[in-house]
Design a protein around this ligand. Structure first.
Ligand code: NAD
Length: 301
């Protein structure tokens, strides 16, 4: 069994660490907020107060942090974790969602310092993290993928090698931009149907069996009470937060601009989700299907 340093035990990292412990790995954990480590410690992890202590002797270092700035600040520089490696050659596996360019910078810095780094962002949300059914998309070499895969499997339903460094992040932001657009378009169609006098449940069943069908329509329906397990049926709580979708849309559009790729639907989705976030206090913490409000509000007159 491997010795794993796990840094960032928030909404996603906490349950992911517990799944690694459940498969018998030895975990040394760290989070800025000490209370966040409590569940992992109760499940058998060892806690350290200084992240560099977690890296000593580790086979793998997993990070699950809010953004690229934080990941770079933690790993790079003289006081960073790449520099704290002491003879062992751990593979750094960053599961945070960050810009592909930041992932490539980190991979290049890792090579320069004689350590290894891959990007391995996830899809599947909190439920996927708890149930070990996340989808991992990995950017790195074939050898790095083969080394990481058995560890990642303990947290995953599916593990795919997207390509070289940064490719996991590229795949993640393309997927989430598409999900943002499909959700907004699904809300528009369902809301029009409601206004035309249709039962939304009936319309949802019709569309699910027709060309308008999608994962989000069937599993993440934005109307309360249509899909019992969807965030809409629990007042849009414990889903994929609107603020995180906006973060991912920002990363996708930044990459689109840098690569001269038109992304009009992504840009429109960014506008719509921003409008919703700014129109209601607390909306940023609700599931992104809360965008339904923008359509149900209708137009004046
Ligand atoms: P979170 O804010 O709940 O957790 C992040 C954790 O990192 C917190 O516990 C925080 O205290 C800790 N942290 C921050 N800076 C630190 C530092 N310097 N050293 C140690 N610990 C530090 O976030 P989350 O929802 O778990 O998301 C983590 C990442 O996963 C993000 O990049 C997010 O975009 C991505 N993601 C989230 C979801 C989701 O549904 N929440 C789904 C897929 C991907």
């Amino acid at each position: 069994m491997a010795r794993i340093a796990f840094i960032g035990l928030g909404t996603m990292g906490g349950p992911m660490a517990k799944n690694l412990l459940a498969t018998g790995h030895r975990l040394v954990v760290h989070d800025l907020v000490e209370a966040s480590t409590a569940e992992a410690v109760a499940a058998g992890a060892e806690r350290v107060t200084v992240p560099a202590q977690a890296v000593a002797g580790a086979d793998f270092v997993i990070t699950m942090l809010p953004n690229g700035g934080i990941v770079k600040a933690l790993l790079l520089g003289g006081g960073g974790l790449f520099a704290a490696v002491d003879g062992s050659k751990p593979l750094f596996i960053d599961c945070s969602t960050i810009a592909p360019e930041d992932a490539r910078i980190l991979a290049a810095e890792a090579v320069a310092r004689g350590v290894e780094f891959i990007d391995a962002p996830v899809s599947g949300g909190v439920q996927g993290a708890r149930e070990a059914t996340l989808a991992f998309m990995v950017g790195g070499t074939d050898e790095q993928f083969s080394r990481a895969e058995p560890i990642i499997r303990a947290m995953a339903r599916i593990v795919l090698h997207a390509g070289p460094a940064g490719s996991g992040q590229s795949a993640k932001i393309c997927n989430n931009m598409l999900a943002a657009v499909i959700m907004a378009a699904t809300c528009e169609a369902l809301s029009l149907g409601e206004r035309l006098g249709l039962e939304v449940e009936t319309l949802s069943r019709i569309m699910a069996g027709s060309s308008g069908s999608s994962f989000l329509l069937e599993r993440w329906n934005p109307y309360p009470g249509i899909v019992a397990a969807a965030p809409a049926s629990r007042d849009y709580d414990n889903g994929f937060q609107l603020q995180l979708m906006l973060k991912d849309l920002g990363l996708a559009l930044e990459s689109a601009r840098a690569s001269h790729q038109p992304a009009p639907f992504g840009a429109l989705a960014q506008n719509l989700y921003t409008l919703k976030q700014q129109s209601e206090a607390g909306a940023r913490l609700k599931d992104f299907s809360k965008i339904i409000d923008v359509f149900r509000a209708g137009l004046p007159g």
